[in-house]
Design a protein around this ligand. Structure first.
Ligand code: AMP
Ligand code: MG
Length: 323
């Protein structure tokens, strides 16, 4: 049973991650997955390890990007109802996504590409989608409209995939796995706020990860201690659609087709791997506070920090706050 603890907000203007003052990591930052990705090695500090990590990162991006022509997802989205054979990693990821759609009662759904396209188009033209447009896009979404079998994927006509809520986490796990296999025992990955801590700092102390204040992302609502875990945040402040001077969240409620607007400003999930943390943070954001905290009770090794719209910050009791 997870207990909830309220945080007294101590705002501090510090960086997202506090650095290891004693020992500088070997780091590399690249733009990938539509965001800034940084890999910091605290041991095994070799350029070749960074080269291999960036290679894995780019491979994942090539495979799962929606916008890159030739990516597996572009192929699936252009298949017009035809059955398509996919690589093993894509098949496994889509299986996991479908299982999560079921587990979250549809709050997490990678088949909502028609809806995200609709809101992107709405932003470009400057007016919110019409009811007819929303109905049509809702009709083209739903996890059961993605049929998986024997290494093949069939999307029912009009259905498009959007892996924006899961791919960064899955790729961060791949890169972390590659580093671990190479013998790395101390590293920090930050893929646009999807953070994976491999082990702890070289002196054995945990990494420190800051949780942004959604109302003023240059500030933090707190800093947490992390050892060998992934930390992923979803929030309405990160990305969104600006239409007619109104800000709409980039996270959509798959049931209504509308951007999420509820009692949460952000959800941070701590989990053993980044894929789960990525999915659960998006799903919990859609669910709202009450449903999300009840839902997380069944995930033993998962903790959360909720920043609520009323400014309060609530964390599960497994979160170790350091400020
Ligand atoms: P995240 O930033 O990980 O919470 O994921 C948000 C991104 O996932 C959006 O930019 C969309 O590409 C996609 N997305 C939006 N709403 C959902 C949802 N309810 N389920 C799954 N993916 C979503
Ligand atoms: Mg996510």
């Amino acid at each position: 049973m997870k207990r909830l603890v309220s945080w007294i907000a101590v705002l501090s203007a510090v960086l997202m991650m506090t650095s290891c003052a004693e020992e500088k990591p070997l780091s590399r930052t690249v733009t990938a997955l539509d965001t800034v990705c940084t890999i910091s090695l605290y041991d095994g500090k070799e350029e070749i390890a960074l080269d291999a990590s960036v290679h894995l990162l780019r491979e994942g991006e090539e495979r799962w990007s929606r916008t890159k022509a030739g990516s597996m997802i572009s192929k699936l989205n252009a298949a017009n109802g035809a059955q398509t054979t996919v690589d093993t990693l894509t098949y496994q990821l889509l299986q996991t996504a479908q299982e999560y759609s079921l587990a979250t009662d549809g709050a997490f759904d990678v088949t909502l590409g028609a809806l995200t396209d609709l809101w992107t188009a709405a932003e470009e033209r400057g007016s919110v989608p019409t009811n007819e447009e929303l109905t049509a896009a809702l009709f083209a979404s739903g996890s059961y409209k993605m049929i998986l079998g024997d290494g093949t994927v069939t999307l029912m006509e009009g259905v498009r995939l959007d892996l924006g809520g899961i791919a960064k986490g899955a790729i961060a796990d791949d890169v972390a796995q590659g580093l671990r296999l190479g013998g790395c025992t101390s590293a920090l990955l930050d893929f646009g706020g999807n953070i994976v801590a491999i082990g702890s700092k070289p002196d054995g102390s945990p990494f420190h990860v800051g949780i942004a204040d959604p109302k003023n992302p240059d500030n933090l609502v707190g800093t947490i201690a992390v050892h060998d875990r992934a930390v992923v945040t979803s929030g309405s402040y990160e990305r969104g659609y600006m239409i007619d001077d109104v800000w709409y969240s980039h996270i959509l409620n798959p049931k209504t087709g509308y951007p999420v607007e509820n009692d949460l400003l952000s959800v941070t999930i701590l989990a053993p791997n980044a894929l789960d943390a990525d999915v659960l943070s998006t799903a919990c954001f859609v669910m709202g506070f009450d449903r999300a905290q009840a839902f997380l009770q069944s995930y033993e090794d998962v903790d959360a920090v909720f920043v609520k719209a009323d400014g309060t910050v609530v964390a599960t009791d497994g979160v170790k706050r350091v400020d």
